[in-house]
Design a protein around this ligand. Structure first.
Ligand code: SAH
Length: 426
């Protein structure tokens, strides 16, 4: 890192082509390779660089990565150096946002939260989830119903998804420890996007001790999460409010939870009084945790768990003549880039069409897309096409996004990634 080099305190400069600063000044923190007119001096991969507009005015300070199409990621418009004090300030601000959203005692009273959401929190490429709960030994075969869930510890699960944060891991761990006082930190940098930054996957305990599983509380339900073995950071915190929203339509309902993972929607619906829940996912590991979670919440008698491919199983259900009152569709991102949009649209449409067909007239569809490329307009037009094909009418009950610990920043549209619609299907 340049600033640590005693012989040279200068910072390399990326000069943008004319007008390329506009989008960045309006809040988008990425500089693409084709937007750069010239590079002054020779920054090393991961170095801090100053980004200037075509007139030589400073636009911001960024992490440089010559191996990525995103050549520079802006971390600040004012602070020159991403040193320990920078990360301390960034995490204090990130913490303040969560307390604003969820109350002063959110982190001390056992809420599990996304505490750093990359660029949306001013730390490009760093994602950190904090899990508050009770440590568990691995796979207790007959989990007990907890009497009360007094959190006994706080563990962090971090993804380092840019070269800039990868090279500053030590400062980041020190600052996370100082601001959030966790008992342990795991790294889950095993996401495919790391390859676009020229980085290998990496996972394991970064600091402290981390139990095999943690029992967390969400919307008054209990969930076992596996920080090292679960998908992504171990638990999908972004759906917290949507699980509660969908559960409002669950009392007395026959519910289908497609792409159920560890059962966030299923258990919320069962606890809200669903008559029966059918939970489907292709991941056996996730379904094993779902089973534990169903037992822990005292609802295992009303949740049937099926391991299957969603597309095949939706067809099966139709053949079997099954009908539902509430269908939840929460697939993984089908569009990982612009080129995949057309295929993604077909996938989303097929799912939603089949989901609608399984609903009684007047039933409720809670449907999601977590791909930012597939935007709100595309999502709504796909839903309308699906409804038209099965001769149904959709009435919008709720338009939803990810929960607010994953902030949406205007100008940085990648942060507006999770879209949800709760619809009545007539
Ligand atoms: N609804 C979940 C999150 C879903 S994430 C929650 O509330 O936490 C997407 C899920 O889809 C993952 O659990 C993954 O295992 C599953 N999945 C991916 N492709 C699938 C397929 N073709 N059929 C069934 N499940 C699939």
């Amino acid at each position: 890192m340049k600033h640590e080099n005693r012989y040279c305190t200068c910072m390399a400069v990326l000069v943008l082509k004319p007008k390329e600063d506009i989008r960045i000044r309006r809040g988008h923190p990425w500089v693409y390779d084709n937007e750069i007119a010239r590079t002054l001096s020779d920054p090393a991969p991961g170095d801090e660089v100053e980004v200037q507009d075509a007139r030589g005015l400073t636009v911001g300070y960024a992490f440089y990565n010559p191996s990525s199409r995103i050549r520079a990621r802006i971390y600040s418009k004012q602070a020159k150096h991403a040193d320990l004090s920078f990360f301390l300030r960034a995490f204090e601000k990130a913490r303040a946002w969560r307390l604003l959203c969820f109350g002063e005692d959110a982190l001390t009273h056992g809420m599990s939260l996304r505490i750093v959401f990359g660029e949306a929190d001013g730390v490009p490429g760093l994602v950190v989830d904090a899990f508050a709960g009770i440590p568990l030994e691995a796979s207790a075969s007959t989990p007990a119903l907890p009497q009360a869930n007094q959190p006994e510890g706080l563990w962090l699960s971090a993804q380092f998804l840019s070269l800039g944060v990868e090279l500053r891991k030590e400062h980041i761990v020190a600052a996370l420890r100082e601001v959030f006082k966790p008992d342990g930190i795991v790294e889950r940098s095993d996401a495919p996007v790391r390859a676009l930054e020229g980085l290998q996957p990496s996972a394991g305990v970064l600091w402290g001790t981390v139990p095999p599983r943690i029992l967390i509380t969400e919307n008054n339900a209990f969930y076992e999460v596996d920080l090292l073995g679960g998908q992504k950071t171990g638990w999908f915190l972004d759906q917290r409010a949507n699980r509660a929203a969908a559960a409002r339509y669950a009392p007395g309902a026959r519910v289908l939870d497609m792409f159920c993972n560890q059962g966030g929607f299923s258990i919320s619906a069962a606890k809200a009084g669903a008559a029966a829940v059918l939970a489907v996912d292709s991941s056996r590991e996730a379904l094993e945790l779902l089973h534990h979670n169903a037992v822990r919440n005292g609802v295992s008698d009303r949740i049937e768990i099926i391991s299957a491919n969603a597309f095949d199983y939706l067809r099966e259900l139709e053949k079997m003549g099954r009908r539902f009152d509430l269908v939840i569709l929460d697939p993984p991102a089908f569009a990982k880039n612009r080129a995949a949009l057309e295929g993604a649209r077909r996938g989303y449409k097929e799912l939603n069409l089949r989901g609608m067909r399984l609903l009684e007239r007047g039933g409720i569809l809670a449907t999601f897309s977590c791909s930012h490329w597939f935007d709100d307009a595309m999502f709504d037009s796909m839903l309308l096409d699906a409804a038209h094909d099965c001769n149904r009418t959709l009435r919008l009950l709720e338009q939803r996004n990810q929960d607010v610990d994953h902030p949406i920043v205007y100008g940085y549209e990648e942060s507006r990634y999770l879209k949800g619609r709760i619809l009545q299907v007539l």
